[in-house]
Write a protein that binds this ligand. Structure first.
Ligand code: ATP
Ligand code: MG
Length: 561
């Protein structure tokens, strides 16, 4: 097998990677195997992206593999649609980066139901588990009080008989459970004889009606890790309290080494967002957003649709790092990471979002010039293109003010600006409609001010983008803003009352003709306006653009005000 290991210098360093490196050094494991174990009850979000980058990153850096395992032990909730979306999202995120470390995808915990059952029978046989007839409520209450169940001392024979009959479907839902016999008084509540199996007469999306007893999380998770030969089972901090049970299960079954070990890290939290599946599902079901892949959602599919690249998400995951301390990551860091990449890679284009017409009164009617424009100043290999220029143009409505404030360097009556890649123009006359709204600007153009011309070097304060009216193409543009108006919409619980009513604005823009050939994989900077990507709603007749991110952090300015 080809083992690719990155050097220490080009991999991030954190306490988990330190442990992995040490375990390889001491020979505790010959090869590393991690896993990403989503429960298929929703779409993946940016928090999952952090976990995917960590697990696949470790596999990639240490020459191991990473399994995707559907944690589909709960019969009522899972749906095939979620499995499909999870696979799409994971593959997209690791494509070309760690996809060759994908350990045969995907695995399903439900495939191990027969093994889980055999292990449970072993546990009963060795007197380490018993069938309990208490209701779920009684069980909870007894565990809280540290009280032993009256069924705790059943004989092994009786337990075996009852467990087999539980599986055979003899008892109704909730009538009995299988519980581990550990310590009813343990300081750690998870060790107070936890339930391993419960009865649920429900169809499962993969096993159908074959089973009517279903394993609980800890039993299924620990054994899935063991069965798959996982070495480092990495999860978020809330599972730290489950770790003693994880280890107890491995010990109680006397499973031979190599065994998996669980490690916990702090989950990703982001300001101005909610990212728990439970909350995301409410936004979707209550139609507060347009589905799981709404570009305002911090789901992987939403971010992808918005134009965020997989490499930018991986860069974010690496930048925030892995720690043991719960913390809140600033949304601005996500935006900055995206901007930072797109600044290097995006193709520049001229687009006017809110057009107002400009007529160049001294420019010949019917004349068109092809002017040179730079595709990407950060990347000379991107070359140049021609953009058409004519007597009638569109400029941005906001770039003109009739009575501007002092430091306004864009167009005003009598004022001059440079049109990017073109000429200097001067505003002579403002044309208004009956309501008094400005509908057109009459300007004169300094015909000698073009690049290479006699007055090319003439200094004017503002440079503006524009599109030729005769050549511009119409496109729908969707401008997004943060979905929530406050940094922490969560604590009060009524996160929905903090939804930003202006999180989506839809416009019809004028685009330079080169955009007609735009490709969904490519990213574009509409000069002065932000970074954009084609939306999947685009058709041959009409393009739809998503603004992935603005050019600058507009929220930082707001915060200062
Ligand atoms: P949620 O709380 O959003 O419902 P979950 O933990 O129930 O998420 P799972 O599908 O069970 O979702 O999670 C799969 C993996 O992703 C787990 O290992 C979990 O620890 C990890 N994970 C979930 N949310 C985050 C997060 N915000 N940051 C980092 N890892 C996460
Ligand atoms: Mg979960």
């Amino acid at each position: 097998m080809l083992v690719t290991m990155t050097t220490e210098a080009d991999r991030p360093s954190d306490f988990i990677r330190d442990i992995v490196a040490e375990d390889l050094r001491t020979g505790k494991y010959k090869q590393i195997r991690t896993r990403f174990p989503p429960e298929p009850n929703g779409y993946l979000h940016i928090g999952h992206a952090k976990s995917i980058c960590l697990n696949f990153g470790i596999a990639r850096e240490f020459g191991g593999t990473c399994n995707i395992r559907m944690d589909d032990t709960n019969p009522t909730k899972e749906e095939a649609e979620y499995v499909r979306s999870i696979m799409t999202d994971v593959r997209w995120l690791v494509d070309g980066w760690a996809d060759n470390h994908l350990g045969g995808a995907p695995f399903y915990a439900s495939d191990y139901f027969p093994k889980f059952y055999e292990y449970a029978v072993d546990l009963v046989r060795t007197g380490k588990a018993y069938v309990c007839d208490m209701t779920p409520e009684e069980t909870d209450a007894y565990r809280r009080l540290g009280k032993a169940s009256g069924f705790r001392d059943r004989s092994i024979e009786e337990n075996l008989d009852l467990f087999v009959r539980m599986k055979a479907g003899e008892f109704p839902d909730g009538a009995r459970t299988l519980r581990a016999k550990i310590d009813v008084n343990a300081a750690n509540i998870w060790l107070r004889d936890p339930v391993l199996y419960r009865i649920r007469h429900a169809s499962h999306h993969r096993t159908g009606d074959k089973w009517c007893i279903y394993p609980m999380y800890d039993w299924a998770h620990t054994l899935s890790d063991y069965i798959e030969g996982i070495t480092h089972s990495i999860c978020t901090l809330e599972f730290e309290v489950h770790r003693p049970l994880y280890d107890w299960i491995l010990d109680a079954l006397e499973l031979p080494e190599p065994r998996p070990h669980q490690y916990e890290f702090a989950r990703l939290n982001l300001t101005y967002s909610v990212i728990s599946k439970r909350k995301l599902i409410q936004l979707v079901n209550e139609k507060l957003v347009n589905g799981w892949d709404d570009p305002r959602m911090l789901t992987i599919s939403g971010l992808r649709r918005r134009g965020v690249t997989a490499s930018a998400l991986r860069a974010l995951a690496y930048n925030i790092g892995i720690t043991k301390y719960p913390s809140m990551t600033d949304m601005a860091l996500l935006e900055h990471t995206v901007r930072d990449e797109l600044n290097r890679t995006a193709t520049r284009r001229l687009v006017v979002l809110r057009p107002i017409k400009v007529v160049l009164t001294n420019y010949p009617e019917g004349k068109t010039e092809e002017l040179d424009a730079i595709n990407n100043p950060e990347d000379p290999s991107a070359g140049t293109r021609k953009i058409p220029f004519g007597r009638e143009l569109y400029i941005e409505r906001d770039d003109f003010m009739e009575t501007p404030p002092p430091k306004f360097f864009r167009l005003r009556p009598g004022g001059e600006v440079r049109l990017k890649y073109a000429y200097i123009i001067k505003c002579d006359k403002v044309v208004k409609d009956e309501a008094g709204d400005v509908i057109e600007l009459r300007c004169t153009v300094d015909l000698e001010s073009k690049s290479g011309g006699p007055t090319a070097g003439r200094k004017v304060k503002g440079t503006m983008h524009w599109v030729s009216a005769a050549h511009g193409i119409d496109a729908e543009v969707r401008l997004y803003d943060r979905l929530f108006t406050v940094p922490e919409p969560d604590p009060s619980g009524d996160f929905k009352s903090f939804i930003n009513p202006n999180s989506l604005e839809v416009l019809t823009a004028k685009c330079e003709p080169a955009l007609a050939d735009a490709c969904p994989k490519e990213r574009y900077q509409f000069e002065r306006l932000g970074y954009f990507a084609l939306d999947l709603d685009s058709t041959r007749e009409k393009q739809v653009w998503n603004r992935t991110v603005t050019l600058r952090d507009t929220w930082a300015k707001e915060a200062k005000k």
